[in-house]
Ligand binder design. Structure first.
Ligand code: SF4
Length: 403
């Protein structure tokens, strides 16, 4: 039995380091160009080197996305960029365009090449084509059922990676022109405006300005708004199928989101590895995934239910808010040094989520502002405070339930 790699998004350095601490086996990230998330912080070459060094010390792999569909005027920049990635020694380059594949083979010849989900691989004949062309790992289309992935595994010995968690497109991943038409921001070049999350109405051509609203209820109907994918209930199927890597979507999401989701899947995979026969997903791990910002969850096309559009609202839901991140622990004083993210009051009860182990409940008995030594009744974003508590690991998150 092989436990698949847990692959996490790294929108910037902080999120990448958080994902490593919370148990990711590998990270995917973009450089300043040619990645699919133009608005994420992304990494300079110096930062890629820095996170590679940290990751490799911890046995974690780094894959870099070069998975936009570049136009003619961008091609000249690719050879130099690919050579830079090769020189840094990244563990994989994720690409979608056959031209980029050719250039990567020439300018980064020793780096494993992964085919992005943007290439929409839905059958084993296409998969074989890409493997023969030099691809070592296929990130399969999200639009595949459990049986289709099993069938793919039977025919393909190259590595298979699938998305297990996060936002979905209502079109084949990224192959959608809503954003380009409505805002000029091209989803296939990493600049999607998320236009599928907007509220739509019908207009008859000769009656401009007269909107026929599509009403599910008083809030309207969000006809293109896909639910979020969540496959944490299917860990045994994923292991038994023989998938090599489980990917979490979300380079634009917060460090808190990355920490929570990585921690839940890490714990589920570790539990399954310990005792596959008697494995049962603990309810608290499923509950953890409701504590971060998300749309209603569904199992996507893995177990099709036909209920993938969330008509009611584009609003994201979550049951908890992060209020602080532990920066360090002062053993002598028995205090955690906490960077405040959202307002925290003395006397409040918080959950403390450490990278491993159960979530703890603590009451904030005192808060002292780091530099000034002032005792506070209330701390606000970006304050650094010292809070008495039992030993707590760096990068642990403090969170409170939403009222
Ligand atoms: S508008 Fe929505 S469906 Fe289209 S590419 Fe963007 S996220 Fe995907």
């Amino acid at each position: 039995m092989k436990i698949p790699e847990l692959l996490a998004p790294a929108g910037n350095m902080e999120k990448g380091l958080t994902a490593i601490e919370y148990g990711a086996d590998a990270l995917y990230l973009a450089g300043q160009r040619f990645g699919m998330r133009a608005q994420a912080g992304n990494f300079t070459l110096v930062e890629i080197k820095e996170i590679l060094d940290t990751a490799h010390r911890r046995g974690v792999k780094i894959y870099v996305t070069v998975n936009t569909f570049p136009h003619n005027d961008e091609i000249d920049e690719l050879p130099g960029y690919l050579e830079d990635l090769a020189e840094l020694g990244v563990d994989g380059i994720i690409l979608a365009d056959p031209g980029v594949l050719r250039l990567a083979q020439k300018y980064a010849p020793n780096i494993p090449l992964h085919l992005s989900t943007q290439a929409n691989t839905v059958n084993y004949a296409a998969a074989q084509f890409w493997v023969e062309a030099g691809i070592s790992r296929l990130v399969l289309a999200r639009e595949l059922s459990r049986e289709a992935i099993r069938e793919m595994r039977r025919h393909i010995s190259a590595e298979l990676e699938i998305f297990v968690h996060g936002a979905m497109c209502m079109a084949y991943s990224g192959r959608c022109l809503l954003s380009t038409f409505l805002t000029g921001r091209d989803a296939n070049r990493g600049a999607c405006a998320q236009s599928c999350r907007w509220k739509y109405a019908v207009v008859e051509e000769k009656r401009p300005g007269e909107f026929f609203s599509l009403e599910e209820d008083a809030l309207g109907t969000y006809i293109f708004n896909s639910k979020d994918l969540c496959l944490i209930d299917y860990i045994p199927d994923l292991v038994q199928i023989g998938v090599d890597s489980l990917k979490i979507e979300g380079r634009m999401k917060s460090s808190y989101y990355v920490a929570t989701v990585v921690r839940a899947y890490r714990a589920a995979l570790d539990l399954y590895a310990q005792d596959p026969e008697n494995y049962r997903l603990p309810d608290e791990l499923r509950d953890e995934l409701h504590k971060v910002s998300h749309r209603p969850y569904w199992a996507g096309f893995f177990v099709p239910t036909g209920a993938g559009i969330h008509h009611k609202t584009a609003a994201l839901v979550q049951t908890h808010d992060v209020v602080g991140v532990v920066q360090g622990y002062d053993e002598a004083r028995g205090e955690a040094v906490v960077l405040i993210k959202n307002r925290l009051r003395k006397g409040e009860t918080v959950e403390i989520m450490e990278p491993r182990g159960p979530v703890r409940i603590e009451t904030i008995t005192n808060m002292v502002e780091g530099d000034l030594g002032r005792t506070l009744d209330e701390a606000h974003a970006n304050f650094t405070v010292r809070i008495p508590m039992p030993p707590t690991k760096p990068l642990s998150m403090l969170r409170v339930e939403r009222k």
